[in-house]
Design a binder for this molecule. Structure first.
Ligand code: C2E
Ligand code: MG
Ligand code: MG
Ligand code: MG
Length: 292
């Protein structure tokens, strides 16, 4: 792409510097648009939360869900969280977004509950910035109190890097959150710099095998390649031995699902069962889950 663009740039008689200047300018401009846009997005209600179920293959029911942010901007169209979260982290605005998210999820839990839905814990992704700089414990505590919800219905998802830093303050914060009755899940497990022995000392309820490991299982033939199956199998073993719940992320095919179920990972999250859906559609999924 860059090559052909460069070729065109030369053909049009512009020099390389001009081309790179323009490229940089476009990137900076998009960055600024997203950065400024986000502040308005919260106010204007452009941020929406979708939910993706965690599904137990053996029991054939929904055992949880994950809240995932969506941004539909009138100016920029749909912007992926992969893009805007990192920008919001750089500016620190992620803390405001995170607090808003916790509020909204609590409201939604209350709404679902009033409709008689059989609920299970809903996981909220917490950014490292909010974990270290925000007042996460207080925010959760107040939200639970204000909405009078069962804290067992809330879970937080943290990435490995956040919890494995061996700082006493991290362990203390995790413990204080657990004391509220909120459960803790480790997201994208296997991609960070985990110290496996350290995992034993953390008050963790669940780990999620990262999608990248599941993605490598493309067909029946890849099940015979021990280089591809070794990590998922090792994580399954680890979770079992440490008595930690396990979820496989990004499960898209029956081959992947069957492989996991056969090897003792019962809970999956991925397109195979459902894509992330809006609040109303999630309510319907909860209701269905009662009569599988
Ligand atoms: P994540 O927490 O690991 O979330 C899982 C991502 O995988 C989601 O992407 C989900 O839509 C996608 N996914 C689920 N199942 C499948 C599947 O079967 N196939 C494929 N190809 N993808 C699948 P999404 O929603 O684009 O979010 C990307 C990342 O952005 C999240 O990764 C998370 O790190 C971050 N993020 C999303 N929402 C929030 C939020 O509310 N707060 C924070 N701090 N981060 C968020
Ligand atoms: Mg997550
Ligand atoms: Mg994940
Ligand atoms: Mg992931």
């Amino acid at each position: 792409h860059a090559d052909s663009a460069m070729y065109l740039a030369k053909k049009e008689g512009r020099n390389n510097f001009q081309f790179f200047d323009e490229m940089l300018e476009n990137q900076t401009e998009r960055y600024m648009l997203i950065q400024h846009g986000l502040h308005n997005a919260l106010k204007r209600g452009e941020l929406v939360i979708h939910y993706q179920p965690k599904f137990a293959l053996d029991e054939k029911r929904i055992v949880g869900a994950e809240a995932l942010l969506r941004w539909f901007s009138p100016e920029l169209g749909s912007v992926s969280p992969a893009e805007f979260i990192s920008i919001a982290e750089e500016t620190g605005f992620i803390v405001d977004i995170g607090c808003w998210l916790i509020e909204r999820v609590c409201e939604t839990l209350v709404k679902w509950q009033s409709q008689g839905a059989p609920l299970a814990p809903v996981a909220i992704n917490v950014s490292p910035i909010q974990f270290h700089r925000g007042n996460l414990h207080e925010t959760l505590k107040h939200a639970i109190k204000r909405h009078r919800i069962d804290p067992g219905l809330i879970q937080i998802e943290l990435t490995e890097g956040v919890v494995m830093n061996r700082e006493q303050s991290t362990v203390e914060l995790l413990r204080s959150i657990k004391k509220l009755g909120v459960s803790i899940s480790i997201d994208d497990f296997g991609t960070g710099y985990s110290s496996l022995s350290y995992l034993r000392h953390l008050p963790i309820d669940e780990i999620k095998i990262d999608r990248s490991f599941i993605m490598e299982i493309t067909d029946e033939k890849s099940l015979l390649d021990t280089r591809l199956t070794a990590i998922p199998l090792a994580v399954i073993d680890l979770a079992k031995n440490l008595n930690i719940k396990l979820v496989a992320e990004g499960v898209e095919t029956a081959v992947q699902g069957n492989f996991l179920l056969r090897n003792g990972c019962n809970v999956i999250q991925g397109y195979l069962f459902s894509r992330p859906v809006d609040e109303e559609a999630m309510l319907a999924l909860w209701q269905q889950s009662r009569h599988p």
